[in-house]
Design a protein around this ligand. Structure first.
Ligand code: NAP
Length: 413
């Protein structure tokens, strides 16, 4: 804890996911356990959000700041140890806050899955963060906490069991239920727009080591799994998983930041399981086709604006409370380079991945950071696994409805 007025400020407290995060803080932490405030650009919207919380939370302080006004951001950051931001799309509005946090040495976490923007932030601010002590961590929601920590968990178990780390991990989405919000769609659409206008960026986004240090030398080819195929390890067909584009980059960054403990030839891929037989194959092709169609439509201006106006959710809209409560995710991790040393793990969540679960994950990252994090890590751009590791695994299992377990024959061990 520090001598600032707040441990955490939620910037973007009026966003769809920001409101869920405020509700989580209000219901989960006793007053005094975590000193937090809600921030945004509109006092009316902030007051509306605050009125939606429990009565005992009516005194939660509100702070006005605009994502495009560095002075207001600096005034906000100087009051807190940690800022957590859901203001989006990050590629359009996120940079001034990262800059201010880095300059003031304020810790920062967010839900960005916009790999091209994260690369820009690394190039522009990583050096300064290491000097000022600001600890910056992107991707603290469903992308990419379960993937990053799932790998961390499986590698630790493999080392304890076999005395070595896994050289190839496959992550497979076994089941998942949830929806998307307007902000998520706006962020995805903005990436598609930037990529459509910039061929160099399109190539960059294909690079599995995009978020690794610039001098990283690839030693092995990573599989992208962008087409349907059969996976005999899981005895099922695979369809591309939309989050793989950011999750795999985060997992490789973690490996690089740890100085490649799993080997410089470590391989990691992600896909969705669609079942066995003809039906599984047809589902895999249908998902791949729908995803390809969506990407193509968002890349072209006329179809993009049609989708935004008539089909996709608008900003601040998202899945209903019921669909969040009925949502879940179930991810499988496997390594079997040698069959006698196969090891499998699973990561599950008790609410819909993008909102119910994400708001709890983000809240726990912010709370862990506010408590000092793991081993007092120094300033820089971290990943969830490298910054918080086991501390976050424990916090998520105790307070956020996630589980990380080894499995044998489909059952937890
Ligand atoms: N990593 C994951 O798993 C995951 C999961 C869910 C969401 N996300 C990401 O989280 C982000 C938030 O999504 P969402 O659906 O909650 O967004 P949203 O409801 O559309 O909200 C956007 C927020 O940005 C604020 N904003 C925009 N311009 C601003 C400015 N100039 N100054 C201050 N605030 C400004 C808006 O403020 P007003 O209310 O005043 O308009 C609003 O609070 C998206 O990038 C999404 O992709 C990631």
């Amino acid at each position: 804890m520090n001598a600032k007025s707040y441990d955490v400020i939620v910037f973007g407290a009026t966003s769809f996911v920001g409101k869920l995060l405020c509700r989580y803080f209000a219901s989960h932490f006793n007053p005094g356990e975590l000193k937090w405030a809600a921030a945004g650009r509109s006092i009316e919207k902030l007051e509306l959000m605050r009125r939606s919380l429990d009565r005992r939370d009516s005194e939660i302080p509100l702070i006005i700041a605009d994502a495009r006004d560095e002075r207001s951001l600096a005034a906000m950051c100087s009051q807190t140890g940690v800022v957590v931001s859901t203001v989006c799309p990050y590629a359009l509005y996120g940079e001034p806050l990262v800059k201010v946090c880095v300059e003031l040495g304020t810790d920062y976490c967010d839900l960005s899955g916009e790999a091209q923007w994260i690369r820009r932030m690394l190039d522009r601010y990583e050096k300064t963060a290491s000097k000022t002590g600001a600890r910056i961590v992107h991707c603290c929601g469903f992308d990419s906490v379960p993937s990053d920590l799932g790998v961390h968990f499986l590698q630790k178990q493999a080392f304890e069991r076999f005395g070595r780390y896994c050289s190839h991990i496959k992550m497979r989405v076994k089941a998942m239920r949830g929806g998307a919000s307007g902000g998520t769609i706006a962020s995805l659409v903005n990436v598609a727009k930037e990529a459509a206008e910039n061929p160099a960026l399109r190539r960059e986004l294909q690079n599995p080591y995009l978020l690794c240090p610039r001098d990283h030398q690839p030693k092995v080819r990573q599989e992208s799994l962008s087409r349907p195929q059969y996976d005999s390890d899981f005895e099922a067909w695979l369809a591309p998983f939309i989050m793989a584009g950011i999750n795999t980059r985060v997992v490789h960054r973690s490996s690089a930041l740890l100085n490649y403990p799993y080997g410089e030839d470590f391989r990691y891929d992600e896909a969705m399981l669609t079942g066995a037989g003809l039906r599984g194959g047809m589902t895999a092709y249908a998902i791949a086709g729908a995803l390809g169609g969506f990407i193509a439509m968002t890349a072209m201006a006329p179809t993009r604006s049609f989708l935004q106006r008539f089909v996709l959710p608008a900003p601040s809209q998202g899945p209903s409370p019921r669909s969040q409560a009925e949502g879940f995710f179930y991810l499988g991790f496997l390594e079997n380079e040698r069959e006698d040393r196969e090891i499998r793990a699973q990561t599950t969540g008790d609410a819909d991945p993008g909102y119910g679960s994400t708001s709890k994950m983000l809240g726990q990252v912010a709370a862990c950071l506010a408590r000092g994090g793991k081993d007092n890590k120094k300033g820089g751009f971290w990943t969830p696994a490298t910054l918080l590791g086991d501390l976050l695994v424990d916090a998520l299992q105790k307070h956020a409805g996630l589980s990380f377990t080894l499995v044998d024959g489909g059952k937890p061990v």
